[in-house]
Design a protein around this ligand. Structure first.
Ligand SMILES: [Zn+2]
Ligand SMILES: [Zn+2]
Ligand SMILES: [Zn+2]
Length: 720
């Protein structure tokens, strides 16, 4: 038997797969992507509408990994590429082969959706060639992001004054636009007050005071004209409320009609990437990256029982809601023996959308074995892993359970005054069969109040009711909420933008830029974000819009299935986009984002403006370029080293490594060399009024008052 090299992308997968395959297989990790387009140039050519000469370079820090793989390749008979089962994984596999220049006859691609002995061994029995179509789809995404990203970034940098370097990307710009649209909606929203009138009633038959229940006023009708109108959520005038109240205090309440209906509540579908992210966000306040990181750990393998490592869930980047037949059979067995046969769900009525591209026919996210219950794994998982595993396990089992069944009772109650007839409605629901609810209650699905088990007393038609009291509430219509991370992803998904493998990176790129801020875990656009978005949507209407972005995703899918040709698609896109860029530059309008500091230039008297450079603010003369005066901006912190002698104060400085604070008495040829890497806070010192700095541990500190305890920090090179 020969020797084999298996290439995967992560060390955790190395351990899990190594255990399964045994000693004839040498497993090695690429640690993610190994090649990318070069950082500072386009990295490809377009000739006659065809993209060519794509010049990938090895990613910084990956040279050693490539060298290691190269030498390992020499001593084996066959190389297996076992990267993740999607376009991203296919592309990593292809890049490795290209970079290592392995003879294709010595390469096999193996794909498995879960890292279990059966799935992995099965995959090695049915290896295939690299699917170049999937690779092309991934390349097309990368190339188009490059074609759009470079000019867009240059365009916003050129046309927004006050910032030296700004960036803009294809999908992030659309996401930013969604955030701004929502903010505009919230600002324009006019909240409306309305009254809700509720009668608290009870029945009095058999001389017993029956259960109290409430009924909400729905309509009023004039007895004279017979004209009626709805009053629920629409009464806005106080006088009308008073009139109704006066009528209702003296009215007689009678049961007019009773209606009982059965209602089915269906279990949720199994998790896909976005629904898992949303549920973890709502239930545990996990951000998208955290959820994906934990899911990846569960997928790549956790050491259980005697140290054997096994993948606990299927691949976590998927938009398929399908479960394999084996998984379904196991779940059925589990439900039957733990809940009883009546809890097994029927197949009918499950709406499962077809999966695009047969090669990517993934499954939903599910446990690799349903018999590994969350509690049986408790001691092998950390608390985050346990939370995510439990969510997935509960969701998967309940998705195959029976509907919950309710009896919904609605009662019409009329109350007459001398001039009007009022109609109230009361409703109650009683659970007849709990079905999947025995196991699972999604926080997201519980918006429907009707499903709660609210009971009405037994009522008869024509029965007289007594009034306990009237509840009259003022309510207010509310604007739509700002987007949380997972709300934004849901919006992107429903607009057909992005794919399971890209959602998390879209969101983190938006967070990294200065275009949005997070307030209470929700996105708020910054002034700069609004400016960037306004010039992009004005000048690149065809690119920065939802339809273009979702059409592009469809084209990428078409490339993945071979219906479209990558070099031609990208080449044509490049040509037409060049036209848009040309047009945009011809019609460009600049936005000045510089703020007046209120200080005058000591050289020429013009106002000094606040200008940002590499994240640090400084003051520059409005008369630039005629007057070149500039000075660093003081931030209200006394220099602990030289304030006492020469009144030195800290100022913001920018460097390649980010913003830091340095003494304004520093000069290139000497002076005070104090610097601090702390983070400025809004709080001031109670003793000396200096602003407090936050250190690495997050503790607030007055560096001036605490100056005797300061260890002098090593000076780093100053750029300005
Ligand atoms: Zn000046
Ligand atoms: Zn100083
Ligand atoms: Zn102080």
């Amino acid at each position: 038997m020969g020797k084999f090299l298996v290439i995967v992308e992560s060390p955790a997968k190395v351990r899990t797969i190594g255990k399964i395959l045994g000693k004839d297989y040498l497993i090695s990790a690429t640690m993610g992507h190994v090649r990318d387009l070069p950082k500072n140039r386009m990295g490809f050519k377009v000739d006659e509408n065809l993209v060519s000469e794509i010049d990938y370079v090895v990613i910084t820090g990956k040279k050693q990994a490539i060298k290691d793989l190269k030498s390992k390749c020499k001593n084996v008979d066959l190389v297996y590429l076992a990267t993740d089962p999607d376009r991203e994984g296919e592309a990593i596999a292809w890049h490795v082969v290209e970079e290592l220049k392995i003879d294709l006859s010595n390469v096999r691609r193996v794909v498995f959706n879960e890292i279990t002995p059966d799935a992995v061994k099965g995959a090695f029995e049915t290896p295939r060639d690299i699917n170049k179509l999937l690779v092309d789809a991934q390349q097309a995404r990368r190339l188009i992001d490059r074609i759009v990203g470079f000019p867009l970034s240059r365009y916003v940098t050129n046309n927004i004054t006050g910032y030296t370097k700004l960036s803009a990307g294809r999908v992030q710009s659309v996401a930013l636009q969604l955030i701004i649209d929502r903010e505009n909606k919230i600002e324009k929203f006019k909240s409306q007050k309305y009254w809700q009138i509720k009668a608290i009633l009870f029945c009095t038959k058999n001389n017993t005071k029956g259960n109290i229940f409430s009924a909400i006023l729905q309509t009023k009708k004039s007895l004279k004209t017979g004209k009626g109108s709805s009053v629920q959520n629409v009464i806005t005038e106080r006088e009308e409320v008073e009139k109704i109240k006066a009528d209702l205090v003296t009215a007689q309440y009678i049961v007019k009609a009773i209606n009982v209906k059965e209602k089915h509540s269906s279990p949720p579908l199994p998790f896909i990437t976005t629904t898992l992210q949303r549920e973890a966000s709502v239930k545990y306040r996990f951000n998208v990256n955290r959820t994906m990181r934990i899911a990846q750990q569960l997928y790549e393998g956790i050491s259980i029982q005697g140290g054997d490592q096994e993948g606990l869930i299927t691949y976590m980047r998927t938009d398929s809601r399908v479960l394999s037949k084996n998984a379904k059979d196991d779940i059925k067995k589990y439900i039957t023996s733990n809940f009883g046969f009546e809890y097994v769900g029927s197949v009918k009525g499950k709406k499962i959308t077809k999966v695009r591209g047969a090669q990517e026919a993934h499954e939903a996210i599910r446990p690799t074995s349903i018999f590994r219950t969350p509690s049986s794994l408790r001691k092998y998982l950390d608390s985050d892993q346990y939370k995510i595993y439990e969510l997935i396990w509960n969701r998967t089992v309940s998705s195959q359970m029976a509907d919950a069944l309710y009896a919904i009772t609605t009662v019409d109650i009329c109350a007459n005054s001398s001039t009007r007839e009022y109609l109230f409605k009361a409703s109650g629901s009683q659970i007849k069969f709990d079905g999947f609810k025995k196991l699972y209650s999604s926080m997201i699905l519980e918006e429907d109040d009707n499903e709660s088990d609210s009971k009405l007393p037994v009522l008869d038609k024509g029965e007289n009711l007594s009034r306990e009291k009237l509840d009259i509430d003022v309510r207010e219509t509310k604007p739509p909420p700002r987007f949380s991370e997972s709300d934004l992803i849901r919006e992107l998904e429903s607009e057909g933008i992005g794919r399971p493998s890209t959602y998390a990176s879209i969101v983190s790129r938006i967070r990294d830029q200065m275009y949005v801020a997070l307030e209470k875990n929700r996105f708020v656009p910054t002034k700069l974000g609004v400016a960037v978005s306004s010039i992009l949507t004005r000048s690149f209407t065809d690119i920065v819009n939802i339809n273009f972005t979702s059409d592009l995703e469809n084209s990428l899918d078409a490339i993945a299935t071979g219906e479209m040709d990558m070099p031609k698609f990208v080449g044509e896109f490049d040509n037409s986009f060049k036209e848009s860029v040309k047009l945009a530059h011809e019609t460009a309008e600049k936005i000045d984002m510089r703020e007046d500091s209120g200080i005058s230039c000591t050289k020429c008297g013009n106002p000094l403006l606040i200008i940002e450079y590499r994240g640090a603010k400084f003051l520059g003369c409005k008369g630039y370029p005629e007057c070149k005066y500039s000075e660093p901006m003081q931030i209200g912190i006394k220099c602990p080293k030289c304030w006492d002698e020469q009144g030195g104060q800290l100022v913001e400085r920018g460097s390649k490594r980010g913003v830091f604070y340095a003494c304004n008495k520093w000069k290139p040829d000497g002076g005070c060399n104090y610097i601090s890497n702390g983070e400025i806070s809004n709080d001031s010192c109670s003793k000396c009024d200096s602003k407090l700095l936050k250190d690495k541990k997050g503790e607030l500190d007055c560096i001036y008052c605490d100056r005797d305890n300061q260890t002098s920090e090593v000076a780093i090179k100053v750029d300005i």
